[in-house]
Design a binder for this molecule. Structure first.
Ligand SMILES: [Zn+2]
Length: 465
C-alpha cells in the first residue's frame, strides 16, 4: 500500500527530498527502503523463490505444460476483468501455437487505450503506476501491484543465486533514480538505503571533473556487488582504465539497455568481475536473464515469448524478429501478444551447459535505441553502428543523431586529446556506410543526449517516419 502512495505523490516528496541535507536524504531513502524490503523479503517471497529454484530442473515438456496453463489462466482473467479484452475471441487454447489465433497488440494501440487495459479486480488503491519511455518519448503509464513487485524481486534473486550472490549482499546501484539534486556540484552524489544495504549513486552527475570522486567512492565499496545501466558502468570503466585503476567488485549486474560485447569486456576488465546481463521491461510481461555459463535464457514462468518476422510469421532460430510478449504475472494490466518494439532471436544448437532447459534467446535491439533509416532503405541497428566505434578509445560517448531527413550528426563527448581525430574517423566511416546521398557531420558536445530516466541511446532518431 505504501508504494502506490509514494508513486502518486512522487513530485511532492521529491521537493521535500531535494531540499533536505544529505543525512536526511539517507534517512528518507532508508525509510522507503524499509517498506520495499518488507515487500521483497516476506515469507511469501521466500516461498515463491524456493518454488522458482525448483523449476530449474524442469524439462522441455514440463515448461510447455506450465506455459500452456499460465496462458489459459491469464487470457481467461483478461477476458473476464479487462474492458479492452471483453470482446476477445472465445478460443480454446489446446496448444501453445493456438495463441497465434489472437490479435497482435502494438505498443501504439496499448498507449492509445491504456486505461482500458486496467483489470477491474485490482482496486485503484492497490495499483502502482509507473511511466515508461519509448522512442518518441510518448508517455505510457503501466499499472502493477505490490504482489507483482514481490514476485519480480524473486526472479531477480534467482539470478543472483546463479551468480552466487545472496539476498541483501551489499551493493552499489547506478540506475536512473534522481537521488541527489541536479544542481549539486560536490560529493556525495550518492545516498544510502540501509535496510537493503544498498548505496544508490547518481548517474546524472558523472563527468570528467567528478570522475575521481566516483572512483574513490567505488574504491570505498570495493568487493561489493555493482549494478546499473551498461552505458553508465561502461563510462565508469573507462574512467577507471584511463586512470590506471582497477577496482575489484564482486559481480556486476547490467540491465535497461543493450550490453555490447566491447562494453562488457571493458566493465569486466575495470572491475575484475563477471557481468550478468538481463532484459526486462516496465510492462512486466517478460524477462530474459543470463546464467552462470554466459547464456541469455527466456524465463518461462514470467511470460510467453514469440519472435515474429515482418509478416508476423514465427522467425526461424537465429533469425532476428520482433518480440511479442504475453505476460503471466501482471494481472492488474494484462498484455496479450504485445509487440513491444524490441527485437531479438532464438539461439539454436545444443542445450546450455548450465543444464537448465530454459530456451536461449538474444535480445538485439531494445526500443530505447532507435534504428537508423538510410535513404536507400537500409536499416542500421545500434549493434551494427557500434562496430564503427571499436577502434576509438578517446570518446566517452558517441551518438548518431538523425536530426533531419538526409542528415546524421556524429555527436561525441571527448575523454582525452585524440577525440577530434577519432570523431572524424567515425564520421568518415559512417559516411562511407550510408553513401553520398546522406550528409554526415560531426560535432563535439559536453554531455550525451539522455532520455528521461537517464538512458543514453546510441542512435537518436529525430526524424518523423
Ligand atoms: Zn544456461
Amino acid at each position: 500500500m505504501f508504494e502506490p502512495f509514494i508513486r502518486a505523490n512522487f513530485m511532492r516528496f521529491k521537493g521535500i527530498y531535494d531540499r533536505s541535507p544529505s543525512s536526511a536524504r539517507n534517512l528518507l531513502t532508508s525509510a522507503r527502503g524499509w517498506f520495499l524490503t518488507r515487500i521483497r523479503y516476506s515469507p511469501k517471497s521466500r516461498q515463491f523463490l524456493s518454488e522458482l529454484r525448483a523449476h530449474e530442473n524442469w524439462n522441455r515438456e514440463e515448461i510447455d505444460e506450465f506455459q500452456l496453463g499460465a496462458l489459459r489462466k491469464i487470457i481467461d482473467h483478461a477476458r473476464k476483468t479487462v474492458p479492452y479484452y471483453k470482446g476477445y475471441p472465445q478460443i480454446h487454447i489446446a496448444c501453445l501455437q493456438d495463441l497465434r489465433l489472437f490479435p497482435l497488440l502494438t505498443r501504439e494501440e496499448f498507449r492509445l487505450n491504456q486505461n482500458a487495459f486496467l483489470s477491474e479486480t485490482t482496486p485503484p488503491r492497490l495499483r502502482i503506476r509507473a511511466g515508461t519511455t519509448g522512442t518518441t518519448g510518448a508517455n505510457l503509464k503501466v499499472a502493477y501491484t505490490e504482489e507483482l513487485a514481490r514476485e519480480n524481486w524473486a526472479f531477480l534473486l534467482r539470478q543472483w543465486a546463479w551468480a552466487e550472490i545472496e539476498e541483501r549482499e551489499p551493493r552499489v546501484t547506478f540506475f536512473g533514480a534522481r537521488i541527489v539534486p541536479m544542481k549539486r556540484t560536490k560529493p556525495p552524489y550518492w545516498t544510502l538505503n540501509r535496510p537493503e544495504r544498498q548505496t544508490l549513486a547518481s548517474i546524472f552527475h558523472l563527468s570528467d571533473r567528478t570522475a575521481p570522486d566516483y572512483l574513490d567512492f567505488l574504491e570505498q565499496h570495493r568487493g561489493q556487488v555493482l549494478e546499473g545501466f551498461p552505458s553508465v558502468l561502461g563510462m565508469l570503466a573507462d574512467f577507471a582504465l584511463h586512470s590506471g585503476r582497477t577496482i575489484r567488485m564482486r559481480v556486476v549486474f547490467t540491465s535497461g539497455e543493450p550490453l555490447y560485447p566491447d562494453v562488457r569486456a571493458k566493465i569486466e576488465q575495470a572491475f575484475h568481475a563477471r557481468v550478468y546481463d538481463s532484459y526486462g521491461m516496465t510492462e512486466y510481461c517478460g524477462q530474459i536473464q543470463e546464467c552462470e555459463r554466459g547464456q541469455m535464457h527466456l524465463i518461462p514462468e514470467y511470460g510467453f515469448l514469440e519472435i515474429l518476422d515482418e509478416n508476423n510469421v514465427p522467425a526461424r532460430p537465429d533469425e532476428e524478429g520482433y518480440f511479442v510478449w504475453t505476460g503471466f504475472l501482471n494481472r492488474a494490466m494484462p498484455l496479450i501478444r504485445y509487440r513491444i518494439g524490441d527485437r531479438g532471436r532464438w539461439l539454436a544448437g545444443p542445450h546450455c551447459a548450465c543444464g537448465r532447459a530454459f530456451q536461449r534467446v538474444l535480445p538485439t535491439i531494445t526500443r530505447e535505441s532507435d534504428i537508423l533509416h538510410a535513404i536507400d532503405g537500409r536499416l542500421f541497428s545500434p549493434r551494427a553502428l557500434n562496430q564503427l566505434l571499436k577502434e576509438s578509445n578517446s570518446l566517452r560517448f558517441c551518438q548518431f543523431v538523425h536530426d533531419r531527413p538526409g542528415r546524421v550528426v556524429v555527436r561525441a563527448v571527448a575523454s582525452n586529446g585524440n577525440a577530434v581525430a577519432d570523431m572524424m574517423q567515425i564520421r568518415a566511416r559512417l559516411q562511407e556506410l550510408l553513401g553520398q546521398k546522406m550528409k554526415v557531420t560531426a560535432e563535439l558536445a559536453t554531455a550525451p543526449l539522455m532520455r528521461p530516466g537517464g538512458k543514453i541511446p546510441l542512435i537518436v532518431n529525430q526524424v518523423a517516419e
